[in-house]
Design a protein around this ligand. Structure first.
Ligand SMILES: *[C@@H]1O[C@H](CO)[C@@H](O)[C@H](O)[C@H]1NC(C)=O
Ligand SMILES: *[C@@H]1O[C@H](CO)[C@@H](O)[C@H](O)[C@H]1NC(C)=O
Ligand SMILES: *[C@@H]1O[C@H](CO)[C@@H](O)[C@H](O)[C@H]1NC(C)=O
Ligand SMILES: *[C@@H]1O[C@H](CO)[C@@H](O)[C@H](O)[C@H]1NC(C)=O
Ligand SMILES: *[C@@H]1O[C@H](CO)[C@@H](O)[C@H](O)[C@H]1NC(C)=O
Ligand SMILES: *[C@@H]1O[C@H](CO)[C@@H](O)[C@H](O)[C@H]1NC(C)=O
Ligand SMILES: *[C@@H]1O[C@H](CO)[C@@H](O)[C@H](O)[C@H]1NC(C)=O
Length: 913
């Protein structure tokens, strides 16, 4: 029974894990606790049904929103007497407990938005005297008596979305400090003349929000009690022109300053609609999103103090010389998306002199508008216009700019002209020549397709910024392209130039001595002249990313690398990402001591030359991600990485060996001032295999410690081992030969032989041979032939003295022999005669004579133990030269003989071989 359950649970957990995702799980785990910071406790979204009792007692702000509270027990707030802000929005609270404010005597902000509070009585709020903000939006409020009358400090009251059936929140004057009252989405349709009488003493009231209140009737003087009102918001209230008209006249006695009438489906603006506002000081009027198709002549004539008029997102078909009549104070006119052309409607028309009356206008927004054409008089009269934005607009006249197109702006001190995305394809000479005060010209996202001769910009003496990015790489330059822009500081030509545009000498940028920002990115430029930046002493930012400059920096380039940066010694930011660079000449970045940001990501850089970055002493940001860098050595990166604040070098195939990465890893471990994003995840070893795909931070730097002594030791020990090996092999396979020649050498030089040494008595034989009977034939074959007049062996069978007992004869002969030679075989060891007597005697002689008189010749491999057991002899007792092995290989027999003679002290006969 148990097992299936466990399985089920496991599956549920696994499924949950995958549904929520690992990160999510971690997040929700973290969120089981309230988040505490700076005295604020965030307990939102925790499915809590009560206020947590164990938060710090000194919190000043508690967020309980989005939980499952059904009510707030005052006692549950007892632990937090210092609360100033309480947010219990988005719960299911049905009642505001009077004890709440009693417990929280200091409470300033109470947010009960989106609950289910129904009855609200005076007692409920009676202790909330400190409250300055009360949000009761989106409940089901029914007011009983004068619930707000105690809120002496309240500044902000939101009772919107309660479907209140009256604006009258009380009958006695109250809320003396109220500034902002929100009654949006209420259910009343009438404003009675005493509705706001409860605000009679609220002299600070400034903002009234009646959005989406479908007013039908406004009784005379309904705003009279709140005549200090400055802002009225009526967005989304479908009240129709007649009611607006009435509203405006009711506002006439007020201090109304800003009126928002968005989304009211106005359709047509009638001439008299704002007449009531004539006496007011209205400065701001928002009529956006109204579907306005037509504005009757002089509709705004009453608003001569208006400064801002927002007409954006309408559908106006025609502007005439009367449309804006009277708006003589207007400074800003926003007509974004207000003149539109659709497949079903005709292109809007802007009559000549339409803006003539707007003598004070400083900013005209015509973004995303459409119009038939711009004539010589379209903008005439805008004598204070500083900014004209026609971006993403469609005017046929803008396709080909001539010296007539913008001539209507001749009288305007225009500073900024935004012609972004206006489908310009050609700029003729003198097109901007009337814009003497222009400082910023934006021509991005067009289709300019020409060679700039310079005359296009004639007259733009003051222009500081020229933006011509995203012109589909159709622009060509000439050496004079910018001669008329002496003050230019910012020039953007990204994704605009033909690939060949910059191979000019002198450079087109030569006249721009004040240029600080040059963007040449995304142009596929493959060829630039090395003088391109000459004279640009002030250039700070150079963007060359997404070009094709790799060849220029190759040392194999015809005529050497093109060091085009040498003119721009003030550079602070250089971006050369995505250029296919695989080489940086050592001289390329010389002298750029102000450079603080260098970006070379997405290239093919592999091994960088030593000291290539050595001039970059001010570098703060270095980007080298996605290259082929394997090693990060101090010779290259020591100086540039000294003061970095940001390093981005991930996704390189690092080689995790001591030589390649030790310095880098040590550096990363020791720095706390350099930010290295994704260091653990994206900086991976490619080689060696042992570290493949592991973070470089897992590299064991300890294994490289004291590298130099270790290396020496390593070399030493490995040499020793090698020599030993060679020696061993040599000895194993050619030892006999070496020894052979060595002996010859020694004997030739020294003529050494103990045969010559005076030994006090004469020997008849050179050696007495002891061998087993079975080995007799071997002795016959290999030893006897060695005999001659100077070398005689004593063979028991041959040389025993006739008549003498065998024992006596042996002793005698032994005495007459200088050495005793054992031919050691298994048979000898097993021969009792040899074993017992001869050996014993030989041994005796050795000891008595105290000289090396025994020579062992092993015909077989015999264990030392057996040797000592049988002959009372050990190999160790004898000099090595007196122990001989009969060679397996026949060609070694002469060497054996040689050794034998040495052992017998007869080396003076060597000449024989
Ligand atoms: C609140 O009290 C805790 C100790 O209980 C203290 O660490 C913290 O600094 C205090 N916070 C404030 C805002 O006083
Ligand atoms: C409009 O402003 C002027 C001066 O700023 C002031 O004298 C006048 O009282 C204001 N009118 C209204 C209705 O507030
Ligand atoms: C507006 O233009 C009309 C002709 O289209 C002209 O009769 C009228 O005088 C102009 N009004 C003003 C104020 O310039
Ligand atoms: C405008 O350009 C045309 C030729 O393109 C020239 O004849 C005319 O004089 C220019 N007008 C002004 C005001 O420069
Ligand atoms: C120019 O217009 C474009 C497109 O509307 C806008 O993104 C940009 O901010 C404007 N530039 C300036 C300097 O106003
Ligand atoms: C515009 O430029 C002219 C001279 O070219 C100058 O006299 C005038 O003061 C400038 N206007 C503004 C508003 O800067
Ligand atoms: C560059 O700017 C300075 C002021 O920032 C100005 O004095 C100087 O005339 C400008 N250079 C040119 C060539 O216009």
């Amino acid at each position: 029974m148990c097992t299936p359950h466990t399985h089920l649970l496991t599956w549920v957990i696994i499924i949950c894990y995958f549904m929520t995702g690992p990160c999510h799980c971690a997040g929700s785990q973290k969120k089981t606790l309230c988040h505490l910071q700076d005295g604020r406790a965030d307990c939102s979204h925790l499915s809590l049904s009560a206020i947590p009792p164990n938060l710090p007692g000194n919190i000043t702000s508690l967020d309980m929103s989005h939980n499952r509270l059904l009510g707030i027990l005052p006692v549950s707030l007892k632990p937090y007497p210092g609360l100033l802000h309480l947010d219990v929005s988005f719960n299911s609270i049905s009642k505001l407990d009077p004890g709440l404010c009693q417990t929280l005597a200091l409470l300033q902000t109470l947010n009960m938005e989106h609950n289910e509070v129904y009855w609200l009585k005076k007692e409920d709020l009676s202790h909330c005297t400190s409250l300055t903000r009360l949000n009761m939006a989106s409940n089901r409020l029914k007011l009983k008596g004068e619930p707000f009358s105690v809120l002496q400090s309240l500044k902000f009251l939101d009772v919107s979305m309660n479907n209140l059936l009256s604006a009258k929140l009380g009958s006695q004057p109250q809320l003396p400090n109220l500034v902002n009252l929100n009654l949006a989405f209420s259910g009343f349709t009438t404003l009675k003349n005493d509705d706001f009488s409860f605000l009679k003493n609220s002299s600070f009231l400034q903002v009234l929000n009646l959005s989406s209140v479908s007013l039908k009737t406004l009784e005379p003087d309904c705003f009279e009690p709140i005549s200090n009102l400055r802002t009225l918001i009526l967005d989304g209230s479908n009240i129709g022109p007649a009611v607006i008209s009435k509203l405006c006249s009711e506002l006439s006695g007020t201090s109304i300053d800003a009126l928002s009438l968005q989304k009211m489906k106005l359709g047509t603006l009638m001439q008299t609609i704002f007449k009531g506002l004539e006496g007011t000081n209205l400065t701001f009027l928002d009529l956006s999103h109204n579907g306005i198709v037509k504005i009757e002549e002089s509709s705004f004539q009453w608003l001569f103090r208006l400064q801002t008029l927002i007409l954006s997102h309408n559908n106006i078909k025609h502007l005439t010389n009367g449309t804006f009549q009277g708006l003589k104070s207007l400074k800003k006119l926003d007509m974004t998306n207000a003149l539109v052309k659709s497949s079903t409607s005709s292109t809007p028309v802007i009559d000549d002199f339409s803006f003539q009356t707007l003598g004070a206008l400083e900013s005209l927004m015509l973004q995303r508008t459409a119009g038939r054409e711009i004539t010589e008089h379209t903008f005439t009269g805008l004598t204070n216009l500083k900014e004209l934005d026609m971006s993403w607009s469609s005017y046929i006249s803008l396709k080909t700019l001539t010296n007539k197109t913008l001539v209507s702006l001749a009288g305007s001190p225009l500073r900024k002209l935004n012609l972004t995305g206006t489908a310009i394809s050609e700029i003729n000479p003198g097109s901007f020549s009337v814009l003497k005060n222009l400082t910023i010209l934006l021509l991005d996202f067009n289709y300019i397709k020409q060679t700039l001769t310079g005359n296009e910009f004639k007259g733009l003496d003051q222009v500081q910024e020229l933006h011509m990015a995203k012109n589909y790489q159709m622009v060509s330059l000439s050496t004079t392209s910018f001669v008329y822009l002496p003050n230019l500081r910012v020039l953007t030509l990204g994704e605009s130039l033909k690939a060949s545009a910059l191979n000019l000498d002198p450079s087109p940028f030569r006249p721009l001595s004040n240029l600080t920002y040059l963007d040449l990115s995304n142009n596929n430029i493959a060829n630039i002249n090395q003088n391109m930046l000459e004279g640009l002493m002030n250039l700070k930012v150079l963007k060359l990313q997404h070009n094709n400059l790799a060849r220029l920096w190759k040392h194999a380039n015809l005529g050497g690398p093109v060091l085009f940066l040498k003119g721009a010694q003030s550079l602070m930011t250089l971006r050369m990402d995505n250029n296919g660079l695989d080489e940086i000449p050592v001289e390329a970045l010389r002298g750029l001591s102000n450079l603080s940001e260098l970006s070379l990501s997405n290239n093919l850089l592999n091994s960088l030359k030593d000291s290539v970055f050595d001039s970059l002493t001010s570098l703060r940001i270095l980007r080298l991600e996605k290259n082929l860098i394997t090693t990060v050595r101090p010779e290259v990166f020591g100086i540039p990485m000294r003061n970095l604040s940001l390093l981005i070098m991930d996704k390189n195939p690092f080689d995790c060996t001591c030589e390649s990465i030790l310095w880098f890893v040590t550096k990363l471990n020791s720095t706390n001032t350099t930010t290295v994003p994704a260091l653990r995840e994206q900086y991976l070893c490619n080689t060696p295999l042992a570290y493949f795909n592991q973070s470089i931070m897992d590299f064991e730097t300890i294994s490289c410690k004291d590298l130099t002594p270790f290396q020496a030791l390593y070399i030493l020990s490995s040499t020793a081992v090698m020599m030993l090996l060679v020696t061993a092999l040599l000895v194993r396979f050619h030892g006999w030969r070496i020894q052979f020649y060595w002996n010859i050498l020694i004997n030739r030089i020294l003529g050494f032989s103990d045969a010559k040494v005076e030994e006090g008595r004469d020997f008849e034989y050179d050696a007495y041979l002891i061998h087993a009977e079975e080995d007799g034939s071997w002795v016959e074959r290999w030893l006897v032939p060695l005999e001659n007049d100077k070398c005689r062996f004593c063979l028991e069978d041959r040389d025993s003295v006739p008549g003498m007992s065998q024992l006596q004869s042996i002793m005698d002969n032994m005495r007459k022999s200088r050495k005793i030679l054992f031919v050691v075989t298994e048979s000898l060891l097993n021969d009792p005669w040899c074993r017992r007597f001869k050996a014993y005697h030989a041994l005796h002689q050795v000891i008595e004579a105290s000289r090396d008189s025994v020579v062992l010749v092993f015909l077989q491999d015999v264990h030392d133990y057996k040797l000592s057991h049988s002959l009372f002899l050990r190999r160790g007792m004898l000099r090595p030269c007196c122990i001989l092995d009969w060679p397996v290989h026949k060609e070694r027999v002469p060497a054996f003989h040689q050794k034998l003679l040495i052992a017998l002290g007869m080396t003076n006969r060597l000449q024989e071989w």
